[in-house]
Design a protein around this ligand. Structure first.
Ligand code: GTB
Length: 213
């Protein structure tokens, strides 16, 4: 059955791969699953046809036959559960890998999003310069904790898993800020994720759509 995902017609990041379709592309590439992409404009995101797939009017979505899903975490988990290589076979190791998907999305990503929003959307507010360092320090604290956990390991818990795919995807958003480089083991961890052939293919596919013309 054909898999179709949605992505921005033109991502605001101009091809840096930061929109959340990249993590789905990456999971599908790791799983060696062919997929199609339906590109959606910002206007079309809020129209009935797309809202029927995604009640919040966002990308990415995932369709496969009768199944339609939204939420990048749920989609990556769905893909990972059906293919070898993204989740360990051992039940306890599998549960821990799933824990890292949730940790990436619900513990690490929120302060990163808050920081991104503070920089992008609040820069013109009179209190912005006072707030930004506080928000940046919340990100640093999460990264410090993650850095301690990772230590000099290659991946978060044994072999590469969907937990790493999600954590790397979340951390990538920080690169331009310089904060990631304050934690050399995390910067190296992200670089290892980016070096995976499946990530390279996913990145190239989104770049082909979003590169400045
Ligand atoms: N929790 C949902 C998920 O994980 O799937 C969040 C989905 C989401 O926020 N999607 C964003 C969206 O569709 C795109 S990824 N926004 C359009 C809208 O709300 O109208 C967020 C994103 C967008 C752009 C950049 N960038 O340009 O750097 C980075 C990340």
């Amino acid at each position: 059955m054909t898999i179709t995902i949605t992505a921005f017609e033109r991502s605001p990041d101009g091809g840096k791969g930061l929109a959340r379709d990249t993590r789905i592309r990456w999971a599908l590439e790791e799983a060696a699953e062919p997929y199609e992409v339906r590109l959606v404009s910002f206007r079309a995101l809020k129209e009935p046809a797309h809202l029927a797939l995604h009640p919040f009017g966002k990308i990415p979505t995932y369709e496969e036959g009768e199944l339609a899903m939204f939420e990048s975490g749920a989609i990556v988990l769905y893909i990972a559960e059906r293919h070898v290589g993204l989740l360990p076979k051992d039940a306890a190791a599998r549960a821990r890998a799933i824990t890292w998907i949730f940790a990436a999305l619900s513990t690490v990503e929120p302060p990163i999003l808050e920081f991104a929003n503070a920089k992008l959307l609040e820069a013109d507010k009179p209190w912005s310069q006072q707030r930004l360092p506080l928000v940046a320090d919340r990100v640093r604290e999460r990264l410090r904790q993650l850095s301690v956990h990772l230590g000099d390991a290659e991946w978060l818990d044994g072999a590469f898993s969907a937990g790493d795919l999600m954590m790397v995807s979340v951390l990538l958003r920080l690169r331009a800020s310089g904060i990631l480089d304050e934690f050399p083991n995390l910067a190296a961890y992200v670089a290892r994720g980016e070096a995976r052939p499946a990530y390279q293919r996913a990145f190239a596919a989104q770049l082909a759509v979003n590169a400045p013309r």
